[in-house]
Write a protein that binds this ligand. Structure first.
Ligand code: XBP
Ligand code: MG
Length: 256
């Protein structure tokens, strides 16, 4: 690979564990507020996560559990309204500081910027969710640390399609060979790889058992000095944490 110049971060599951106690809860609040008896359990939500994008996920749920509702006139508007309510609940939760960054994320962001790497985001989630998470966890300057925030419906096809990563690369005017994607899911790995990117994966409870074929390395997190990262698949880690030197070495190895 060419010299590493930028890191492109996924959001949900990578920057923060947002799904089980964040997005899922917000969906359920929106359903209850609309007088619906739909309730997504932790387990059911894990199954629905295979579909990226909240509106797409609601549609998938209806096709499986309430097919007659999906056939009703005006269902597209209904889904959009439910999703807008879900976003409102989710952003409100984030603003209370309910969801922290994953261990090692702030350290890695600081180190990357100190080393002159450019930062970007490529996510399927709604843009205002990203801004709210970054402001709540990194302060008002948080979103500005990312040169590009590629999110949600800005591209027509969500992950595992490559579009959102391709969009971020074009916005940064960088080739895929100068960038590294950080992801937590199989859909994310497929998306990044299809855009020509190398990928490092940090797993979480929902994604641990997924197939990360094509990833440079799979870890249980980026690690902190007192909370070492564990490599689940891939090259050895020469210390307790994933740092810029590690990422540079892994990327250089990929091109060897
Ligand atoms: C994860 C997703 C998103 C969120 C919900 O995105 O699939 O759909 O679960 O967000 P990523 P919205 O891992 O790419 O960050 O409801 O706003 O779509
Ligand atoms: Mg993710």
């Amino acid at each position: 690979m060419t010299q590493l110049q930028a890191l492109i971060f996924d959001v949900d599951g990578t920057l923060a564990d947002t799904e089980r106690d964040g997005h899922r809860v917000a969906f359920n609040r929106a359903f209850a507020e609309a007088g619906l008896d739909w309730e997504w359990s932790v387990e059911r939500y894990g199954e629905l996560l295979r579909v990226t994008g909240g509106k797409e996920r609601i549609r998938q749920y209806l096709s499986e559990d309430h097919p007659s509702a999906l056939a009703e006139p005006g269902i597209d508007t209904r889904i959009r309204e439910l999703h807008a309510a879900k976003t409102r609940h989710y952003v409100a939760m984030l603003k209370t500081g309910a969801i922290p960054l994953r261990p090692g994320v702030r350290r890695l962001l600081d180190a990357a910027q100190a080393a002159g790497l450019r930062l970007a985001i490529a996510t399927t989630t709604t843009p205002e969710n990203v801004t709210a998470l970054l402001e709540a966890t990194l302060g008002s300057a948080g979103p500005g640390r990312f040169e590009v925030i590629a999110a949600g419906d800005v591209v027509p096809a969500k992950k595992p399609a490559p579009d959102i990563f391709t969009y971020a690369l074009e916005a940064m005017n960088l080739p895929a060979s100068a960038c590294l994607a950080l992801e937590d899911s199989d859909n994310g790995v497929r998306s990044a790889r299809a855009a020509g990117l190398e990928v490092v994966v940090t797993t979480n409870d929902y994604t641990r058992a997924q197939d990360f074929t094509g990833a440079l390395a799979v870890l249980d997190g980026f690690g902190e000095p007192d909370q070492p990262a564990r490599v689940l698949d891939g090259p050895l880690l020469e210390g307790p944490v994933v740092d810029v030197a590690t990422l540079r070495a892994w990327c250089a190895g990929a091109g060897a």
